[in-house]
Design a binder for this molecule. Structure first.
Ligand SMILES: Cc1cc2nc3c(=O)[nH]c(=O)nc-3n(C[C@H](O)[C@H](O)[C@H](O)COP(=O)(O)OP(=O)(O)OC[C@H]3O[C@@H](n4cnc5c(N)ncnc54)[C@H](O)[C@@H]3O)c2cc1C
Length: 372
């Protein structure tokens, strides 16, 4: 089949690699001049690697990632450093961390060179046809995969856009310039309306993220200074992570998810994939993992013969799986960002009382991917 993929993010690149390896002729249109390599670090759970393995990409991504985090003490702490709950490492044996730029590079390298067209913005036809318009010229394909991210224009052109919702908090992200000794401890620290997360990268540097419940659209002149004011007296190595990150590299984005998921992920020979289909809050660390699952599911289903049946199954399977995770992610975001003293105190007391194994079992269900 001739397949157009709109968007060279993690979802679009993974789908393109899987489909190209199966002999489909794939063209990826990416509006940026460079494939999206910003966004600091990332964690991927076993479900993502199960899906990557199913389409022959698992080792490619293992090579640029590390499982060191899965052997560290991880879970939730309070700003003083006391643990609320620590996850038994047996519950996340396949968790790996990596730099996003490395993932993009690995996936781009795995694509046939002629597949990727950078600096080209593409629009899918709104009349039901698998046609894309690029630079004013229309081109027909057998399938169009719209992987154009949370603010997907394709979702609206398919007539299934139900809008975005501001999650109520903003997020900063960064990567330290040099290695930081995290003393074999990772995970998140939950304060009142604020969260700080520590993720060691394969080369010893630390990817960190921080959130704060606040109005949308606010920015500080110096975001690193804003972080020092908010997290400077939190436990080690949080202040050191902030200090070791060049100020100009600190990213800040308000967190949005899809207000409601589309009523269909596939319309004719046009499918939505990744954040375009199910943009969710980052609280479960599953957005990219679900985009990868989408890509593998689509690739495997298209091996089974009739593409229209394959797309109908893709729609059903992926909407069921991602709706549950999108919803759960939103709920966890509300709990993690609790800012009133009573609500945050109750949250902490409940977490302290929760057996770690129970927490582990809840996340294990998400970490399992079943091939179609
Ligand atoms: C703070 C934060 C932390 C996160 N942490 C994790 C984590 O640890 N683990 C995890 O699994 N997920 C995580 N996520 C979620 C993850 O980043 C996303 O789910 C994932 O990157 C989505 O990939 P995508 O390919 O669907 O979309 P995107 O990465 O948004 O890619 C879309 C691409 O399409 C391109 N594009 C858009 N329109 C057009 C057009 N018209 N023509 C051509 N190209 C176009 C864009 O330029 C972009 O390159 C996190 C998200 C946030 C905000």
């Amino acid at each position: 089949m001739r397949v157009a993929v709109i968007g060279a993010g993690i979802g679009g690149l993974t789908a393109a690699c899987g489909l190209a390896a199966d002999g489909h002729e794939v063209i990826v249109y990416e509006r940026r001049d460079e494939p999206g390599a910003t966004g600091a670090g990332l964690t991927l759970f076993g479900n993502a690697f199960g899906a990557l393995d199913a389409i022959g990409l698992g080792d490619t991504v293992r090579e640029v990632s590390s499982d060191a985090i899965s052997r560290m003490r991880a879970g939730q702490r309070v700003p003083s450093g006391d643990w609320l709950v620590s996850m038994p490492s047996a519950m996340v044996p396949t968790l790996r961390s990596l730099h996003r730029a490395e993932l993009h590079r690995a996936l781009t390298d795995a694509l046939p060179a002629e597949s990727l067209q950078l600096g080209r913005s593409a629009a899918v036809a709104s009349d039901g046809q698998p046609i894309v318009t690029v630079d004013g010229a229309e081109e027909r394909f057998d399938l169009v995969v719209a992987a154009d991210g949370l603010r997907s224009a394709a979702r609206a052109r398919l007539g299934v856009d139900r809008g975005l919702r501001y999650a109520g908090y903003t997020a900063w992200r960064g990567v330290t310039a040099a290695g930081i000794d995290v003393q074999d401890e990772a995970g998140e620290t939950w304060g009142r309306g604020r969260v700080f997360g520590i993720v060691p990268l394969p080369d010893g540097r630390v990817y960190w993220f921080a959130t704060e419940s606040t109005a949308a659209g606010l920015h500080a002149e110096d975001e690193r200074e804003a972080l020092r004011e908010r997290f400077g007296n939190w436990h080690t190595p949080i202040p050191a992570c902030i200090d070791a990150t060049p100020a100009e590299t600190v990213l800040r984005h308000d967190i949005y998810d899809l207000a409601r998921l589309p009523a269909a992920f596939a319309k004719g020979r046009r499918v939505l994939l990744g954040d375009a289909a199910h943009g969710m809050t980052p609280n479960l660390g599953q957005g990219a993992g679900q985009a990868i699952e989408d890509a593998a599911t689509l690739t495997l289903l298209l091996r089974t013969g009739d593409p229209d049946t394959a797309l109908a199954r893709y729609d059903r399977l992926r909407r069921t799986r991602t709706t549950a995770i999108w919803r759960q992610s939103r709920q966890i975001g509300k709990i993690a960002q609790a800012s009133r003293p009573v609500a945050a105190g109750l949250r902490d007391a409940l977490l302290r009382a929760t057996p770690p194994a129970l927490m582990g079992r809840a996340t294990q269900r998400i970490q399992r991917w079943t091939a179609p």
